[in-house]
Write a protein that binds this ligand. Sequence first.
Ligand code: ZN
Length: 472
Amino acid sequence: MFFYVIGRQKTLINVFLLIALFISMPKVFAAQISNYPDANKEAINYLKEYLKINTTNPPGNEKLGAEYLANIFQANDIEAKILETGNNRACLYARIKGTGKKRPIILLNHIDVVPAEAKDWQYPPFAGEIHDGEIWGRGALDMKGFGIAQLEAMLMLKRSGKTIDRDIIFLATPDEEAGADFGAKYFVEHHAELVKDAEFLINEGFFIDSDNKGKARYWGVDVAEKSVLWLKLTALGDAGHASMPLKDSSTNRLVKALNKIIENSPKAMVLPAVNEYFKQISTTVDGPLKQDYENISAAVEKPARYQEILKDKLKSSMLRNTISLTVFKAGYKTNVIPGEASAEIDCRLLPGVKQEDFIAQIKNIIADPAINISVLDWQYAGASPYDTDYFKAIKVVANAESPNTPVVPVIVPWFTDSHWFRDLGIIAYGFQPFRIDAEHLGTMHGKNERIQIDVFLEGIKNTYKVLSKLVN
Ligand SMILES: [Zn+2]
């Protein structure tokens, strides 16, 4: 573990300059701080520069990004620490002090990005270019854009000179895209004391779901993720010559077991948060779906309607545990019946479902004691309550910024770094306050990732407004 404060000398010079500036023109300085146009210009430049730093994971090299962010904080008289987590990998931790009347808020974001093949892109992925009112680059949405929005909102809060009742912690982590061993996992194992007093955390997760004209349908706040359970099913049997079939061969047993799993897919389970989600977004759809969403518990009991609802893969992932058959291994020669056959399955479980209960259900369905089930991976994801000041603050801002747009809890099928902090007892929400439509959503982990400038700026404003409500 390496832990140090960078740029002390530079900070001192900056502090000196800021003090001098403050003494000479206090009003100008004060006016500048919550001035959106200036902050906006600054944030666009920050994002462009940040996107130029290639933090493709693997290998990551996120320390370069951490140093870039640290310099911005240092230049604004906010102490920032680089916490090394591996070879050229590091977290960035910065904190502004409040009165301590309320517990801190963590602004969490990740520095790494997934790979990008430049030849597939319309504009280069690591150049931070602006084209047609959009900022292009790998990470624009996932999630350097929100990282900079959080940073800018924090700078605005600091410059406002307002007394704040909570500390604001900015935490940028490496390795979110590849398991967090050098990122959030490392951080909570080695530096949990830096954040353990926090009440809330805001991270990526969901967003403001919008149609292709940019109109917001609803503000979706991820309050829980699904747990990951990877299982391996192994069937054993006699080996033999394929000219004389064996009824109970390993391959036959495995195929029968998998067939039973497919035919008995997990039943719908409507959690209270999911019930509320569908009820609230029922105003955003028409026709029979509107009725279904208004009473989702009743709709899932009607086979035809349930099949219709399942067509929306994202929404329906909230309604049940899921199983995907992914890896098969058996045999080495067409005329030899193998003595062993195996399959790996990827299960995603709703919050609250226990690993052992789910495996017991699968064993029950298979009803073949000759099939062995082993656990390859288990990552439990907890849930956060949504009757909180943070959730309420998002609702108040949503109501002012886009009236009559529902703010709803969402359970997402994917995984973010939030669960590491939920495990510490911190209430974590995944919510990028950006309007994102299907086309832009498809660029995350895809090609041509970009964010519209107006959407980015709106995200800064939303973040600042929500924070402002929570610090007083
Ligand atoms: Zn991400």
